[in-house]
Design a protein around this ligand. Structure first.
Ligand SMILES: NC(=O)c1ccc[n+]([C@@H]2O[C@H](COP(=O)([O-])OP(=O)(O)OC[C@H]3O[C@@H](n4cnc5c(N)ncnc54)[C@H](O)[C@@H]3O)[C@@H](O)[C@H]2O)c1
Length: 244
């Protein structure tokens, strides 16, 4: 049985990935901060093991890997999905927002990848980083977010190059707008309801709609599979053609 760690699994894309992988037969450590939601998730699907963790610090990241490995015993897949979005141009970005964004979106994937690598080398496993289309091109008033996701894309490529010969594959998935709490919270900052935020994002997408979390999960499952054995160092947009 394959074993995976998914971060940010208490909501949105991470929750869909945890459910999808467990449905496909993985044992999944679902990590997040909201223990109630993680317990509820574990109750809906066999094979999901909730593990509370705050990934803002090196210590929190190290503890997650230790606890997850105590639960799983071996590891085939790490999905770095946890992320935050603080809106602002560079001029509008406080030191706190910059540090918080980099800590979750870039430092945590680096630390978790580094600490999981010894286990992934044993199984010739994989790392999948949930970046963003804003890791490939700029978005307005998102300086810290773009910097963190652009950094994550290049961390993915650098690690892929270093570890390809050892059989560990590292890829990034770059979603455009996805219908999750993150999109709702961003719309709310402009006084938009969920429906209004969704309609706005749908209208901006070349395909006429946002991406669903389950579609991101399906791409993650493919990248983790044997069928993708020659795919490494890729940053794959899943954005309805937004970056075409
Ligand atoms: N929703 C979108 O439109 C969109 C688009 C592109 C990329 N993404 C990326 O997808 C990923 C998932 O986002 P989502 O849309 O599901 O949003 P979300 O807000 O539902 O999920 C983010 C998750 O990250 C976790 N998280 C945040 N800070 C944390 C911390 N300190 N420690 C541990 N966990 C923490 C949250 O608990 C949450 O579970 C993020 O990396 C995000 O940047 C989202």
């Amino acid at each position: 049985m394959k074993k995976a760690i998914v971060t940010g699994a208490s909501s949105g894309i991470g929750q869909a990935i945890a459910l999808d992988l467990a449905g496909a037969g993985y044992s999944v450590v679902a990590s997040g901060r909201d223990t109630e939601r993680l317990d509820a998730l574990a109750g809906t699907q066999a094979g999901i093991f909730p593990l509370a963790a705050d990934l803002a610090t090196e210590d929190g990241c190290r503890r997650l890997v230790e606890d997850a490995m105590a639960q799983l015993g071996s590891l085939d897949l790490l999905v770095n999905n946890a992320g935050i979005y603080r809106r602002g141009s560079a001029a509008e970005t406080s030191e706190d927002d910059w540090q918080a964004t980099l800590a979750i979106n870039l430092d945590a994937p680096f630390r978790l990848s580094r600490d999981c690598l010894p286990f992934l080398l044993k199984t010739r496993g994989a790392i999948i980083n949930i970046a963003s289309d804003w890791g490939l091109q700029a978005g307005k008033r998102a300086a810290a977010y773009c910097a963190s996701k652009g950094g994550l894309v290049l961390l993915t490529r650098a690690m892929a190059m270093d570890h390809a010969h050892q059989g560990v594959r590292i890829n990034a998935v770059c979603p455009g707008d996805v219908d999750t709490p993150m999109l709702v919270e961003d719309g709310a900052r402009d006084g938009m309801s969920h429906a209004a935020a969704l309609a706005h994002c749908n209208a901006e997408s070349p395909t006429g709609r946002v991406t669903h979390p389950e579609e991101v999960a399906a791409l993650v499952r493919f990248l983790a599979s044997e069928e993708a054995r020659q795919v490494t160092g890729a940053a794959i947009p899943i954005d309805g053609g937004n970056t075409a």
